[in-house]
Design a protein around this ligand. Structure first.
Ligand SMILES: [Mg+2]
Length: 125
């Protein structure tokens, strides 16, 4: 799993929460860093913040999809960003969650996306 968020507090929270669940969690603080991690770590799923300085979530999503089209993406958006969400949907995100969210809510969203796409995930030794 790759967590992309410009806020360290969010990265730390999600790292702890998902590591505890047994996920291998990589972190990125920007879109550029996320792109590097997508290439080097080949995550199965990305939890990505929409609002980031520099490359925002949508631009980052664009670039990531060029590198790996089958990667699963859950977008973390602010309330009311409906236009951005529909843009992201067109680019093929799997799910989105509105900030602020409950960590249990995000856990179940991630689980749902993974369960639904098990056949798309490659088996890792
Ligand atoms: Mg942000």
């Amino acid at each position: 799993m790759l967590v992309v968020d410009d806020q360290m507090g969010v990265r730390r929270l999600l790292y702890e929460a998902f590591k505890e669940e047994g996920y291998k969690v990589e972190l990125a603080g920007s879109g550029l860093e996320a792109l590097e991690k997508v290439k080097s770590e080949m995550p199965d799923i990305i939890l990505m913040d929409m609002k980031m300085p520099g490359m925002n979530g949508l631009e980052t999503l664009h670039e990531i999809k060029k590198v790996n089209d089958s990667i699963l993406v859950v977008m973390m958006t602010a309330y009311g960003e409906l236009e951005i969400i529909s843009e992201a949907m067109k680019l093929g995100i799997n799910e989105y969650i509105t900030k602020p969210f409950d960590i249990n809510e995000l856990r179940s969203v991630v689980k749902k996306v993974l369960d639904k796409n098990l056949n798309r995930l490659k088996i890792k030794a």
